[in-house]
Design a binder for this molecule. Sequence first.
Ligand SMILES: Nc1nc2c(c(=O)[nH]1)N[C@H]1C(S)=C(S)[C@@H](COP(=O)(O)O)O[C@H]1N2
Ligand SMILES: [Mo]
Length: 313
Amino acid sequence: MIRTDPETPDLYLTPVEDVFIRNHLGPHPRFDPDSWSLTVEGLVERPLRLDFRTFQGLPQTRFTAVHECFGNPLRPEVPTRAVTNLEWAGVPLAAVLELAGPRPEARHVWLEGADRGDFAGESGVGYLKDLPLDQAGAEVVLTHTMNGEPLRPDHGYPVRAVAPRMFGTNSVKWLTRIVLAAERPEHLFTTRLYTRVLPGERESRPAREKDVSSKLLTPRDGRHVPVGVCELAGYAWSSTEVAAVEVAVDDADWQPAELDRRGPDPSWQRFRFRYDLAPGPHRIRCRATDSAGRVQPLTGDRNAVHEITVVAG
Ligand SMILES: Nc1nc2c(c(=O)[nH]1)N[C@H]1C(S)=C(S)[C@@H](COP(=O)(O)O)O[C@H]1N2
Ligand SMILES: [Mo]
Protein backbone atom coordinates (compact mmCIF):
# COMPACT_ATOMS: atom_id res chain seq x y z
CA MET A 1 0.00 0.00 0.00
CA ILE A 2 1.54 3.28 -1.08
CA ARG A 3 -0.54 6.35 -0.37
CA THR A 4 -0.19 9.67 -2.14
CA ASP A 5 2.42 11.64 -0.30
CA PRO A 6 1.46 14.63 1.74
CA GLU A 7 3.50 17.68 0.73
CA THR A 8 6.55 18.04 2.97
CA PRO A 9 5.85 21.14 5.10
CA ASP A 10 8.67 23.65 5.33
CA LEU A 11 9.25 23.12 9.07
CA TYR A 12 12.35 21.82 10.85
CA LEU A 13 10.34 18.99 12.45
CA THR A 14 7.69 17.42 10.23
CA PRO A 15 4.30 17.13 11.99
CA VAL A 16 3.36 13.46 12.43
CA GLU A 17 0.18 13.84 10.33
CA ASP A 18 2.34 14.94 7.36
CA VAL A 19 4.67 11.92 7.50
CA PHE A 20 4.37 9.56 4.51
CA ILE A 21 3.25 5.99 5.18
CA ARG A 22 4.88 3.03 3.39
CA ASN A 23 3.41 -0.36 4.15
CA HIS A 24 4.50 -2.95 1.62
CA LEU A 25 2.45 -5.83 2.92
CA GLY A 26 -1.06 -4.46 3.32
CA PRO A 27 -2.95 -4.39 6.60
CA HIS A 28 -0.52 -4.56 9.47
CA PRO A 29 -0.87 -6.17 12.90
CA ARG A 30 -2.47 -4.04 15.59
CA PHE A 31 -0.82 -4.45 18.95
CA ASP A 32 -1.68 -3.27 22.39
CA PRO A 33 1.05 -3.08 25.03
CA ASP A 34 0.02 -6.47 26.44
CA SER A 35 0.00 -8.34 23.14
CA TRP A 36 3.43 -7.15 21.97
CA SER A 37 6.76 -8.73 22.79
CA LEU A 38 10.21 -8.71 21.28
CA THR A 39 12.33 -11.84 21.01
CA VAL A 40 16.10 -11.87 20.60
CA GLU A 41 17.40 -15.19 19.33
CA GLY A 42 20.01 -16.93 17.17
CA LEU A 43 23.69 -16.58 18.05
CA VAL A 44 23.19 -15.16 21.54
CA GLU A 45 24.21 -16.43 24.98
CA ARG A 46 20.81 -15.62 26.52
CA PRO A 47 17.77 -15.73 24.19
CA LEU A 48 15.23 -13.14 25.37
CA ARG A 49 11.58 -12.29 25.20
CA LEU A 50 10.95 -8.73 26.36
CA ASP A 51 7.48 -7.45 27.13
CA PHE A 52 6.65 -3.79 26.63
CA ARG A 53 7.04 -2.86 30.30
CA THR A 54 10.50 -4.44 30.54
CA PHE A 55 11.47 -2.84 27.24
CA GLN A 56 10.48 0.59 28.51
CA GLY A 57 12.58 0.10 31.62
CA LEU A 58 15.77 -0.09 29.51
CA PRO A 59 18.01 2.98 28.99
CA GLN A 60 16.48 5.62 26.72
CA THR A 61 17.85 7.96 24.08
CA ARG A 62 16.38 10.80 22.01
CA PHE A 63 17.54 12.15 18.66
CA THR A 64 16.45 13.94 15.51
CA ALA A 65 16.94 12.34 12.10
CA VAL A 66 15.82 12.58 8.51
CA HIS A 67 13.27 9.90 7.67
CA GLU A 68 13.42 9.33 3.92
CA CYS A 69 11.91 6.64 1.71
CA PHE A 70 14.41 5.08 -0.68
CA GLY A 71 11.66 5.05 -3.35
CA ASN A 72 9.96 2.27 -5.21
CA PRO A 73 12.31 -0.74 -4.87
CA LEU A 74 11.26 -1.91 -8.34
CA ARG A 75 12.38 1.45 -9.83
CA PRO A 76 15.23 2.54 -7.55
CA GLU A 77 16.57 5.28 -9.84
CA VAL A 78 13.35 7.33 -9.87
CA PRO A 79 13.28 10.29 -7.45
CA THR A 80 10.28 10.33 -5.09
CA ARG A 81 11.56 12.95 -2.59
CA ALA A 82 9.42 11.51 0.21
CA VAL A 83 11.36 13.01 3.09
CA THR A 84 10.70 14.27 6.61
CA ASN A 85 12.70 15.22 9.71
CA LEU A 86 11.56 13.71 13.01
CA GLU A 87 12.46 13.50 16.67
CA TRP A 88 12.56 9.93 17.91
CA ALA A 89 12.94 8.36 21.35
CA GLY A 90 13.64 4.79 22.31
CA VAL A 91 16.07 2.18 23.52
CA PRO A 92 19.47 1.79 21.83
CA LEU A 93 19.71 -1.65 20.21
CA ALA A 94 23.05 -1.93 22.02
CA ALA A 95 21.22 -2.14 25.37
CA VAL A 96 19.14 -5.10 24.15
CA LEU A 97 22.18 -6.79 22.61
CA GLU A 98 24.01 -6.46 25.89
CA LEU A 99 21.20 -8.30 27.71
CA ALA A 100 21.26 -11.12 25.14
CA GLY A 101 25.05 -11.39 24.79
CA PRO A 102 25.98 -11.91 21.11
CA ARG A 103 28.15 -14.97 20.56
CA PRO A 104 31.56 -14.41 18.91
CA GLU A 105 30.34 -15.92 15.59
CA ALA A 106 27.48 -13.38 15.29
CA ARG A 107 28.12 -10.95 12.41
CA HIS A 108 24.68 -9.75 11.31
CA VAL A 109 21.53 -8.51 13.00
CA TRP A 110 18.22 -9.43 11.38
CA LEU A 111 15.28 -7.19 12.25
CA GLU A 112 11.82 -8.61 11.57
CA GLY A 113 8.42 -6.91 11.60
CA ALA A 114 5.16 -8.68 12.40
CA ASP A 115 3.43 -7.73 9.13
CA ARG A 116 2.95 -10.38 6.48
CA GLY A 117 1.52 -10.16 2.98
CA ASP A 118 2.21 -10.16 -0.75
CA PHE A 119 4.73 -8.04 -2.63
CA ALA A 120 6.36 -8.16 -6.08
CA GLY A 121 4.79 -11.51 -6.93
CA GLU A 122 5.71 -13.21 -3.66
CA SER A 123 2.97 -14.15 -1.25
CA GLY A 124 3.03 -14.59 2.49
CA VAL A 125 6.31 -12.70 2.95
CA GLY A 126 7.33 -10.94 6.14
CA TYR A 127 9.26 -7.69 6.44
CA LEU A 128 12.90 -8.44 7.18
CA LYS A 129 16.00 -6.21 7.06
CA ASP A 130 19.56 -6.80 8.24
CA LEU A 131 22.65 -4.82 9.18
CA PRO A 132 26.20 -5.75 10.13
CA LEU A 133 26.31 -6.34 13.90
CA ASP A 134 28.88 -3.60 14.60
CA GLN A 135 26.94 -0.98 12.69
CA ALA A 136 23.56 -2.01 14.09
CA GLY A 137 24.93 -1.97 17.64
CA ALA A 138 26.40 1.49 17.15
CA GLU A 139 23.48 3.12 15.33
CA VAL A 140 20.08 1.44 15.59
CA VAL A 141 17.54 2.63 18.15
CA LEU A 142 14.36 0.69 18.96
CA THR A 143 11.95 3.62 19.08
CA HIS A 144 8.52 3.97 20.67
CA THR A 145 8.02 7.70 20.20
CA MET A 146 7.83 10.02 17.16
CA ASN A 147 7.91 13.78 17.87
CA GLY A 148 7.13 13.15 21.53
CA GLU A 149 4.01 11.01 21.00
CA PRO A 150 3.70 7.21 20.97
CA LEU A 151 4.17 5.78 17.47
CA ARG A 152 0.91 5.77 15.56
CA PRO A 153 -0.31 2.35 14.36
CA ASP A 154 0.78 3.00 10.74
CA HIS A 155 4.27 4.05 11.86
CA GLY A 156 4.97 0.81 13.71
CA TYR A 157 3.27 0.92 17.13
CA PRO A 158 4.46 0.01 19.65
CA VAL A 159 8.13 -0.38 18.64
CA ARG A 160 10.07 0.13 15.42
CA ALA A 161 13.76 0.14 14.64
CA VAL A 162 15.26 3.40 13.38
CA ALA A 163 18.61 3.47 11.60
CA PRO A 164 19.11 7.25 11.67
CA ARG A 165 21.66 7.63 8.83
CA MET A 166 19.94 5.14 6.57
CA PHE A 167 16.96 5.01 4.24
CA GLY A 168 13.54 4.46 5.80
CA THR A 169 13.35 0.93 4.39
CA ASN A 170 15.84 -0.13 7.10
CA SER A 171 13.61 1.20 9.89
CA VAL A 172 11.52 -1.92 10.52
CA LYS A 173 8.04 -1.23 11.90
CA TRP A 174 6.07 -3.49 14.30
CA LEU A 175 9.40 -4.97 15.33
CA THR A 176 8.89 -8.29 17.13
CA ARG A 177 11.97 -10.40 16.39
CA ILE A 178 15.71 -9.86 16.34
CA VAL A 179 18.00 -12.65 15.17
CA LEU A 180 21.79 -12.68 15.41
CA ALA A 181 23.40 -14.69 12.65
CA ALA A 182 26.69 -15.43 10.95
CA GLU A 183 25.19 -14.65 7.49
CA ARG A 184 22.95 -12.12 5.82
CA PRO A 185 19.38 -13.38 5.29
CA GLU A 186 18.35 -14.28 1.73
CA HIS A 187 15.03 -12.47 1.48
CA LEU A 188 12.86 -10.35 -0.81
CA PHE A 189 13.59 -7.18 1.15
CA THR A 190 17.29 -7.84 1.89
CA THR A 191 19.08 -9.43 -1.06
CA ARG A 192 16.53 -9.28 -3.91
CA LEU A 193 15.02 -5.79 -3.56
CA TYR A 194 16.51 -2.63 -2.06
CA THR A 195 19.90 -3.27 -3.61
CA ARG A 196 21.71 -1.16 -6.20
CA VAL A 197 25.03 -0.61 -7.92
CA LEU A 198 26.47 2.78 -6.99
CA PRO A 199 28.15 4.94 -9.65
CA GLY A 200 31.76 3.80 -10.14
CA GLU A 201 31.12 0.43 -8.46
CA ARG A 202 30.48 -3.01 -9.93
CA GLU A 203 28.98 -4.98 -7.08
CA SER A 204 25.44 -4.33 -6.02
CA ARG A 205 24.99 -3.37 -2.38
CA PRO A 206 22.01 -2.96 -0.06
CA ALA A 207 20.30 0.45 0.07
CA ARG A 208 21.49 1.65 3.46
CA GLU A 209 23.25 5.04 4.00
CA LYS A 210 21.28 7.95 2.63
CA ASP A 211 22.40 9.73 -0.51
CA VAL A 212 23.28 13.42 -0.54
CA SER A 213 20.10 15.28 -1.44
CA SER A 214 18.18 18.54 -1.12
CA LYS A 215 14.65 19.78 -1.65
CA LEU A 216 13.28 23.28 -2.36
CA LEU A 217 10.23 23.88 -0.18
CA THR A 218 9.73 27.66 -0.29
CA PRO A 219 8.18 28.86 -2.49
CA ARG A 220 6.09 25.86 -3.47
CA ASP A 221 6.48 24.42 -6.94
CA GLY A 222 4.11 26.10 -9.41
CA ARG A 223 3.29 29.10 -7.19
CA HIS A 224 2.95 32.76 -8.14
CA VAL A 225 5.30 35.07 -6.22
CA PRO A 226 5.75 38.85 -6.23
CA VAL A 227 8.33 40.32 -8.61
CA GLY A 228 11.57 41.29 -6.84
CA VAL A 229 13.75 39.76 -4.16
CA CYS A 230 12.49 36.32 -3.17
CA GLU A 231 13.84 33.97 -0.51
CA LEU A 232 14.32 30.48 -1.95
CA ALA A 233 14.72 27.92 0.83
CA GLY A 234 14.59 24.28 1.74
CA TYR A 235 16.55 21.48 3.37
CA ALA A 236 19.59 19.39 2.48
CA TRP A 237 20.66 16.09 4.02
CA SER A 238 22.96 13.11 3.62
CA SER A 239 24.36 10.27 5.72
CA THR A 240 27.13 12.72 6.63
CA GLU A 241 26.93 16.49 7.16
CA VAL A 242 26.06 18.54 4.08
CA ALA A 243 28.96 20.89 3.32
CA ALA A 244 27.43 23.14 0.64
CA VAL A 245 24.22 23.84 -1.25
CA GLU A 246 24.10 25.75 -4.53
CA VAL A 247 21.08 27.24 -6.24
CA ALA A 248 20.66 28.00 -9.93
CA VAL A 249 17.89 30.21 -11.29
CA ASP A 250 17.05 29.77 -14.98
CA ASP A 251 20.28 29.56 -16.98
CA ALA A 252 22.44 31.43 -14.44
CA ASP A 253 25.46 29.69 -12.89
CA TRP A 254 25.25 27.74 -9.65
CA GLN A 255 25.56 30.14 -6.69
CA PRO A 256 26.33 29.19 -3.07
CA ALA A 257 23.32 29.29 -0.72
CA GLU A 258 23.52 30.07 2.99
CA LEU A 259 23.53 26.74 4.85
CA ASP A 260 22.98 25.91 8.54
CA ARG A 261 25.48 23.57 10.19
CA ARG A 262 24.34 20.16 11.33
CA GLY A 263 24.49 19.19 15.00
CA PRO A 264 25.57 15.74 16.19
CA ASP A 265 22.28 14.18 15.00
CA PRO A 266 21.69 13.28 11.33
CA SER A 267 18.92 15.83 10.84
CA TRP A 268 18.44 17.97 7.76
CA GLN A 269 20.03 21.39 7.29
CA ARG A 270 18.26 24.59 6.23
CA PHE A 271 19.47 26.45 3.15
CA ARG A 272 18.40 29.91 1.92
CA PHE A 273 19.17 31.94 -1.15
CA ARG A 274 17.85 35.40 -2.06
CA TYR A 275 17.28 36.19 -5.72
CA ASP A 276 15.79 39.14 -7.59
CA LEU A 277 13.08 37.60 -9.75
CA ALA A 278 12.10 39.42 -12.96
CA PRO A 279 8.48 39.07 -14.11
CA GLY A 280 7.66 35.72 -15.68
CA PRO A 281 8.29 32.01 -15.08
CA HIS A 282 11.54 30.84 -13.48
CA ARG A 283 13.16 27.46 -13.16
CA ILE A 284 14.91 27.04 -9.78
CA ARG A 285 17.24 24.17 -8.91
CA CYS A 286 19.21 23.20 -5.79
CA ARG A 287 22.23 20.92 -5.50
CA ALA A 288 23.93 19.67 -2.32
CA THR A 289 27.47 18.42 -1.69
CA ASP A 290 28.24 16.47 1.47
CA SER A 291 31.37 16.35 3.61
CA ALA A 292 32.36 13.08 1.89
CA GLY A 293 32.51 15.01 -1.41
CA ARG A 294 29.39 13.44 -2.92
CA VAL A 295 27.38 15.78 -5.16
CA GLN A 296 23.81 15.38 -6.36
CA PRO A 297 23.70 14.33 -10.02
CA LEU A 298 21.88 16.65 -12.43
CA THR A 299 19.68 13.81 -13.75
CA GLY A 300 19.37 10.06 -13.91
CA ASP A 301 19.29 8.95 -10.28
CA ARG A 302 16.94 8.96 -7.28
CA ASN A 303 18.76 11.92 -5.71
CA ALA A 304 18.95 14.01 -8.90
CA VAL A 305 18.85 17.78 -8.46
CA HIS A 306 15.40 19.05 -7.40
CA GLU A 307 13.77 21.58 -9.69
CA ILE A 308 10.72 23.79 -9.21
CA THR A 309 9.04 26.43 -11.33
CA VAL A 310 7.63 29.68 -9.97
CA VAL A 311 5.97 32.56 -11.75
CA ALA A 312 6.87 36.10 -10.67
CA GLY A 313 4.22 38.74 -11.33
N1 LIG B 1 7.43 -3.89 9.06
C1 LIG B 1 7.60 -3.00 8.07
N2 LIG B 1 8.55 -2.03 8.24
C2 LIG B 1 8.74 -1.12 7.27
C3 LIG B 1 8.01 -1.14 6.06
C4 LIG B 1 7.03 -2.16 5.91
O1 LIG B 1 6.33 -2.25 4.89
N3 LIG B 1 6.85 -3.06 6.94
N4 LIG B 1 8.27 -0.20 5.08
C5 LIG B 1 9.60 0.41 5.11
C6 LIG B 1 9.76 1.55 4.21
S1 LIG B 1 10.09 1.22 2.58
C7 LIG B 1 9.81 2.84 4.67
S2 LIG B 1 10.16 4.13 3.65
C8 LIG B 1 9.50 3.14 6.07
C9 LIG B 1 8.29 4.06 6.13
O2 LIG B 1 8.00 4.39 7.45
P1 LIG B 1 6.68 5.22 7.76
O3 LIG B 1 5.52 4.52 7.07
O4 LIG B 1 6.58 5.26 9.24
O5 LIG B 1 6.89 6.60 7.17
O6 LIG B 1 9.22 1.99 6.84
C10 LIG B 1 9.97 0.85 6.52
N5 LIG B 1 9.69 -0.17 7.49
MO1 LIG C 1 10.49 3.26 1.49
